[in-house]
Design a protein around this ligand. Structure first.
Ligand SMILES: [Ca+2]
Length: 406
């Protein structure tokens, strides 16, 4: 009893000392101390003594901090420290691509070739450049970019025709280092290549017509990423060189990496081809996905084999040589029953490490020929051909690989 009484007295002295010392403070520290004193008085525990003593010691060594505390409003618990918001990385570019900006409200009106050339040179983010129905003879290039918040829109009816004048040279429309554009509605015809992108990302090509082209119609090249082409009609390509007459071409063949990407893979990644109508008279593959590219989506396209040439192994609607593509919901037709179209979709290993992890689902392929619906080159890994694809009239069968239930 005596020792307990003496301990109680000691605790009380400590507590009084604390309270006296902190009487003017009212800081968090003092409240803690008062709580400790109360605890000690109530429970008479040795541990409370130790606790109080420890607090005193620690506060004795923390005078400067105490001063700082004193300057604060007395009642506040430390302001919920502006904990940096859970570090969400900078908003990733939306995987759905540039959203469609309403095109009402033209900010620049164009009706002549000179006017279009000037408008492209002077383009600023947020502008909507409207093409009147007319033929614009020439080749056109954009070199300035919009921003993620303010695209640059070039829009017109299908009767606004960008006509290169011949299909042996030039690019009909070139996005050259130009990002965040929307190309809408108009027609591109009579150039060696139709629409070309180099170092151009986050662009949208929507509802355009590309036709009467010497080589490929639309090409995403030289690190052009996250572009979308949708609702676009492509016919009559490869008129000069059938070997290079693809409808949509993503990336670069490794033989061209030295020319366009310093010898490195042309990582024109995450491009999307959605709901386009490709063919007839597309002389090479309707869609050619090159090695070195990753992660694109090819979905909802209507692919017509009529007029495919067979040149340079063009014997399928789609060649997939990149990695990690989703190829779904496309329709392949072969109304002329040409056996130049051999297989529907093919996976190739153009070089080691490429042609892997591509998934094919929900496609409807009426092959009307001798090969497979899906043909996968030996050595390609991770290919998924889903059971939900429909393949008809492919004499060799649905696929040369086992199907995956999905
Ligand atoms: Ca092929």
């Amino acid at each position: 009893m005596a020792s307990r009484t003496s301990r109680t007295a000691r605790i009380s002295r400590i507590a009084r000392a604390i309270l006296t010392a902190r009487a003017t403070g009212g800081t968090r520290a003092s409240r803690i101390l008062r709580a400790a004193a109360t605890l000690a008085g109530a429970l008479l525990l040795t541990t409370a003594v130790a606790f109080a003593a420890q607090l005193l010691l620690s506060l004795g060594g923390a005078a400067p901090a105490d001063t700082a505390f004193a300057a604060r409003p007395p009642t506040k618990t430390p302001a919920p420290t502006a904990t940096p918001a859970p570090t969400t990385p900078p908003a990733p570019t939306p995987t759905t691509g540039p959203t469609a900006t309403p095109t009402s409200g033209c900010t620049v009106n164009v009706s002549t070739t000179a006017g279009l050339t000037t408008a492209l040179q002077n383009a600023q983010p947020g502008q909507i450049i409207c093409l009147a129905a007319a033929t614009y003879t020439g080749r056109f290039v954009a070199t300035v970019s919009g921003t993620s918040a303010s695209h640059i829109v070039l829009t017109g009816p299908a009767t606004a025709i960008l006509d290169g004048g011949d299909n042996a040279t030039g690019y009909g429309f070139h996005l050259n280092g130009a990002s965040y554009w929307e190309l809408r509605g108009f027609t591109v015809r009579n150039s060696k290549k139709g629409i070309m992108t180099d170092n151009a990302s986050n662009n949208l090509i929507d509802g355009v017509t590309v036709k009467d082209i010497g080589e490929e119609a639309v090409h995403f090249r030289t690190f052009s990423r996250n572009n979308t082409i949708q609702n676009t009609t492509i016919t009559n390509t490869g008129l000069v060189t059938p070997d290079f007459g693809e409808g949509i071409y993503i990336g670069s063949a490794n033989s061209n990496w030295g020319t366009y990407t310093g010898g490195q893979p042309d990582t024109s990644d995450n491009n999307r081809a959605l709901n386009n109508h490709i063919g007839p008279n597309v002389r090479a593959e309707n869609i050619d996905i090159k090695e070195g590219t990753t992660g694109g989506t090819i979905s909802g396209n209507y692919l017509d084999a009529t007029g495919i040439s067979g040149a340079n192994f063009a014997d399928s609607w789609i060649d997939a040589k990149g990695n990690g593509y989703t190829i779904s919901g496309n329709t392949g037709v072969n109304p002329t029953h040409t056996t130049i179209l051999k297989d529907g979709f093919q996976v190739h290993v153009a070089i080691s490490g490429w042609g892997n992890n591509n998934t094919f689902s929900n496609n409807n392929l009426d092959v009307e020929s001798t090969g497979y619906g899906f043909w996968v080159q030996s050595g390609a890994t991770g290919t998924v051909v889903c059971t939900n694809n429909t393949v008809t009239t492919a004499a060799s069968g649905t696929a040369n690989v086992p199907l995956t239930t999905c």
